[in-house]
Design a protein around this ligand. Sequence first.
Ligand code: ATP
Ligand code: SF4
Ligand code: MG
Length: 298
Amino acid sequence: MNRTILEVTDLRKEYSQRRGLISMLTGQGRVIPAVDGVSFYLRENETVGLVGESGCGKTTIGRTVLRLTDPSSGRVVFDGRDITNERPSDGEIAIRIRELLEQVSLKDSKLANFPSELSGGEKRRVGIARVLAVRPRLIVADEPTSALDISIQAQVVNLLRDLQKDLGLTYLFISHDLPVVELVSQKVAVMYLGRIVEMGLAENIAHQPRHPYTGILWSSLADKQTTEVNRRVDDVTVERERRTWGVFDFEQPVSGCRFAPRCPLYKDKGSPAVCTDPASEPQLRDVGHGHVVACHFA
Ligand SMILES: Nc1ncnc2c1ncn2[C@@H]1O[C@H](COP(=O)(O)OP(=O)(O)OP(=O)(O)O)[C@@H](O)[C@H]1O
Ligand code: SF4
Ligand SMILES: [Mg+2]
């Protein structure tokens, strides 16, 4: 089994958002728990898909893992090194830039130039230096196939696969495109309102989901696939989903299971108290072969 390259433990990220004149003036805003206690790991050379509806916190996880955003709390360990609070020092960055300039045969003096002041050849060298700079081993691919037609999507997926094979890359693959996620990922994590609610092998998540949210997410895909044929029908489906699901909102108070207000299983079971008990928010538990689910009735 490949070794673990990325380990994320109890990651939390809160944003404060200021809305309206009063919050601007008072400096007080609402707090958004965009990522609310997420743990997962990636093994070297594997692809883990990260799915969930818009605003559930996927990009925030990606940016926090890459250290483009500071976490509020939690731990990110990359290749055995705790990088949660790590930043390269200005000295380190300057040395690396100089190494790269040398590698692509550009003079130090070019550092002060704007792009429009570089020749075409120099721009190419800068482009090559940017690729070399990252020496990537882990790639967070956030919506890499969105807004592309099917044939270009296939090219992108194939390119990502080839690069993974050639360079031994590991991917965290964030996408709304569930068929693509299922195709490229060994494992898939499903997010709902800032938390992972289910994670397991891609085929199990897609075909034998244990969490009611995952089931709904994938069955809404089946609706959409049939409507590929007819765009008008698709519009109706999206509108129907919008009406059924309501608006996704972090301001809804969470009491017990955060999916309860929309959960069909909760209704089928006659609204059991355990689902809305503030003291028993369902935690991820192993239901076999590393498949984890956060539902009292999974
Ligand atoms: N820089 C920010 N400042 C304040 N709030 C933010 C910021 N970035 C994200 N958020 C909020 O955090 C929540 C999670 O956002 P995020 O972009 O991680 O969602 P997502 O799952 O990637 O959504 P999508 O599928 O639409 O890309 C949202 O409510 C969003 O409005
Ligand atoms: S814990 Fe209850 S409300 Fe939450 S997903 Fe399971 S059945 Fe639904
Ligand atoms: Mg996003």
